[in-house]
Design a binder for this molecule. Structure first.
Ligand SMILES: [Zn+2]
Length: 454
């Protein structure tokens, strides 16, 4: 990827410090980071005038790119009951056969969609390590390299999280036949983390779940973890919580706190069924929580206690996870809608005394939480952070005529079809509107994976 041209931009409004400020000059350095950002400044003669209000980019904190090949194909029920576990069996149908070339085509298409949806960084929770029979590829990182190549192709930032995956359940000694390509040990996971590199690539580590890794392995990983976030699926399903209690005597978050050094490095994916006591434990630890409301709704996972997470001040972020949703406005909308439906109230996430806008409170929360989930000390429209931004598409039918003061609210709750006209990552424009560079390869891959589909 070429070095970015130093960018000098002017926006009529920009989201700075949790509010809209007018007439903003934004200057990026050649290293792709913001040099300075100045509100209330006239447009310099040599600046590029942006056509709409500007928002910082958003981190997609939890993604399994290969599951994009499955979207729309699991929405039928042919038995008495469909739930997470029957969905997982069908998801394994794709996981068991996707090749590195197919993964690259699927991920490239997905990542272009994520840019269009306002994400400028994706955290890939990557566990498709080997060939379907469990044999390593000749290039052991072939599948991870497919993700790196896809992100590079479209210009999206990537946090690669190689996943430790050792067993099929708490009382299992190994993996099922259809899980062999997930197999990984601590030294392999650490080697994969060290090998992750690219212009917009950083890395962390992940444990698939408490059911999928031995206690001693998790402790070794924690003890040897280099800098970087540490992600784990936790408490997504009540059956998993029950299994954890039956096998350890502790709920999952209690176990992490007592045995795995729960601290600010940890990112708990879902944490849907956390109790009030566990929420307090997370708050005291500094760990973050990654909510995936689109996927959690699709899979019937249940609803988290959003008001309590917010009140506890736990860093929150959002993820597209199974990819049924691929833009952050939709995730924030679902986050509050779930609560509205359950509590029969409106604007549950708003804080009347400090931030009456639901969208603004959630957006600022995921700015802070997303930075931690992706391992960035600085994020957003501030000097030193990577020069990412989104230009709001005020010409979208859903946003016509709105006062700027309510643009963020409308982005989330008026459901615009094309929320952003332009997206910048690291000082480079990366999202020419509605361009899907891998659409042809994606269609061909879908036909290969699903013979008989049109
Ligand atoms: Zn997941």
């Amino acid at each position: 990827m070429s070095r970015a041209e130093p960018a000098l931009l002017w926006a009529p409004q920009a989201w700075l410090g949790g509010r809209w400020l007018d007439s903003v000059v934004l200057q990026a350095a050649a290293n792709g980071h913001w040099l300075h950002i100045s509100p209330h400044t006239p447009c310099p003669a040599n600046a590029t005038r942006l056509p709409g209000p500007v928002l910082p980019g958003v981190v997609n904190a939890h993604s399994h790119a290969f599951q994009r090949a499955f979207v729309g194909l699991a929405e039928r029920r042919d038995g008495e009951r469909d739930d997470f576990w029957s969905w997982r069996d069908r998801m394994y149908g794709v996981a068991a056969r996707i090749t590195p070339e197919q993964l690259q085509a699927v991920a490239t298409h997905l990542y272009a969609e994520l840019l269009a949806g306002g994400y400028t960084q994706v955290c890939e929770f990557h566990y498709l390590h080997h060939q379907p029979n469990g044999q390593p590829y000749a290039e052991p990182a072939a599948m991870a390299n497919a993700l790196v190549a896809a992100a590079h192709h479209v210009g999206l930032g990537l946090t690669l999280l190689p996943v430790l995956y050792e067993r099929s359940g708490f009382d299992a000694t190994g993996l099922r036949d259809d899980q062999q390509r997930f197999a990984s040990r601590v030294p392999q996971v650490l080697a994969m983390q060290r090998a992750a590199r690219g212009p917009l690539v950083n890395s962390g580590l992940a444990v698939h779940s408490l059911r999928a890794a031995r206690a001693r392995s998790i402790q070794r990983l924690v003890g040897s973890a280099a800098a970087g976030p540490l992600h784990i699926h936790v408490s997504e399903q009540t059956a998993e919580v029950d299994d954890c209690m039956a096998n350890t005597g502790l709920r999952p978050i209690e176990w992490l706190a007592q045995h795995a050094g729960l601290d600010a490095r940890w990112q708990l994916i879902h944490a849907t069924h956390a109790t009030p006591q566990e929420i307090d434990v997370v708050a005291a630890s500094g760990a973050g929580v990654v909510l995936c409301p689109g996927t959690e709704a699709n899979l019937g996972d249940g609803l988290c206690d959003l008001p309590r997470w917010l009140a506890a001040g736990v860093p929150l972020s959002v993820g597209s996870d199974s990819q049924v949703t691929r833009d952050w406005p939709q995730e924030l909308r679902w986050l509050d809608y779930g609560q509205r439906l359950a509590l029969r109230r409106r604007n549950v996430a708003a804080a009347p005394a400090t931030q009456p806008s639901t969208a603004a409170r959630l957006f600022d929360a995921v700015q802070r939480g997303g930075a931690g989930a992706a391992g960035f000390p600085h994020w957003g429209l501030q000097a030193g952070a990577r020069a990412d931004l989104l230009v709001v598409n005020m010409a979208d039918a859903a946003l016509l005529g709105l006062p700027t003061s309510h643009v963020l609210d409308a982005l989330v709750f008026a459901s615009p079809a094309l929320p952003f006209t332009a997206v910048m990552v690291a000082g480079r424009w990366v999202h020419p509107v509605a361009r899907m560079p891998a659409a042809t390869a994606f269609k061909a891959t879908m036909r290969d994976l699903w013979p008989g589909s049109a």
